[in-house]
Design a protein around this ligand. Structure first.
Ligand code: FA5
Length: 328
């Protein structure tokens, strides 16, 4: 048997190292190492030997098998290198040391991200810090604690996507006010931004959009503080455009106002809502409304971006048309 193994080994090593291509190499692998290959059938013959012979022959055969596998891998590598070198020679113009070509323009920062970052940077400078909350929210935080119990007509102001039961996609960033106040004591000065969802779709409304919420609570906070912060922010965003606080209604603030900015021929345009935190909201989070007062505002980021960059259709922010995005 040992002679037979020696003979097979010599023959196989010669044939493998001179295999002309990968197809022949694969044929040789099957011939020697495949299920019905020569080496495999020798391994089967071990059964007929005595235990000592089987041990000795088994070790020799396994060693030969490993050698075959190593020789085949080495030849495979040689053949691959040869093929690559031939391909390179076939195309003499290829110079791999030349710098690569740009296949497209570098990316740019999306206008929604730009405006978000600009607003955060400004509000951080005047003392606000970031807070966050989930996009999939509970009715209790999105409506109930914001003074909108079940069947309150104000719920219709925001056309809601319900996930099921008391769970919904938040319609505004105001539930973050509730989550923060429930976990922290005044004084508070937070901002929170992110995606919100409503069943809306037209030139100035999309089903998903971004809001930036601001909340400040302490003793003696007044409407003058709210106006100061908002005026300062609008000035930072739009320069010296006039700002107007138009009386409005939100169940969670009293008094409430819309924030309008004047844009030449376009007239007054709304960028968000605001007001003094309603005592019912303080009651829901366990704050003493006799002692504390506060203001809150919620801005539409896309609306600000539209006005800042002269975009007429809010939906274009989410169509990913490169001709539009490349301008930023
Ligand atoms: C609110 O969502 C209130 N939570 C804001 C608020 C916060 C008031 C704190 C008082 C205190 P409103 O539904 O008006 O308010 O939305 C605020 C802004 O989001 C709007 O002024 C508008 O700029 C933007 N907005 C509303 N709906 C859409 C929409 N479908 N697509 C894009 N922007 C929208």
């Amino acid at each position: 048997m040992i002679d037979n193994i020696k003979r097979i080994k010599e023959e196989a090593t010669g044939r493998i190292t001179s295999a002309p291509d990968v197809e022949e190499l694969e044929r040789l692998r099957v011939h020697y190492l495949g299920k019905k290959g020569l080496l495999t059938s020798l391994l089967h013959q071990l059964k007929s030997l005595t235990p000592e012979q089987r041990k000795e022959m088994g070790a020799v055969l396994n060693e030969v098998k490993t050698e075959f596998e190593t020789t085949i891998t080495a030849r495979q590598q040689q053949l691959d290198d040869q093929r690559i070198n031939q391909e390179i020679e076939k195309s003499p113009m290829l110079d791999v040391t030349l710098p690569g070509q740009f296949v497209s323009e570098p990316g740019s920062i999306h206008p929604v991200t730009r405006v978000t970052e600009e607003v955060i940077e400004h509000l951080k400078r005047v003392g606000f810090s970031l807070a966050s909350g989930p996009e999939i929210e509970l009715d209790a935080y999105n409506f109930e604690a914001l003074n909108m119990p079940a069947h309150h007509p104000a719920r219709d102001m925001q056309d809601t996507f319900y996930v099921g039961g008391p769970v919904l996609l938040r319609t505004h960033t105001s539930p973050v006010q509730i989550r923060t106040m429930k976990n922290r004591k005044p004084p508070l000065q937070i901002i929170s931004h992110g995606k919100v969802y409503r069943s809306d779709y037209d030139q100035t409304h999309t089903p998903m959009f971004h809001q930036m919420e601001g909340l400040m609570v302490d003793e003696n906070i007044s409407l003058a503080d709210l106006k100061g912060v908002v005026n300062h922010l609008v000035k930072a965003l739009f320069g010296s455009k006039p700002v107007r606080f138009r009386p409005s209604y939100f169940p969670f603030t009293e008094p409430s106002a819309e924030i309008d900015v004047h844009f030449g021929n376009l007239g007054w345009l709304e960028i968000g809502g605001c007001g003094m935190v309603h005592p019912k909201v303080f009651e829901a989070v366990g704050y003493d409304y006799e002692k504390y007062s506060g203001f809150a505002f919620g801005l539409g980021i896309e609306r600000i971006a539209m006005l800042k960059y002269g975009i007429t259709d809010l939906r274009s922010f989410f169509e990913n048309d490169l001709r539009m995005l490349e301008q930023f």
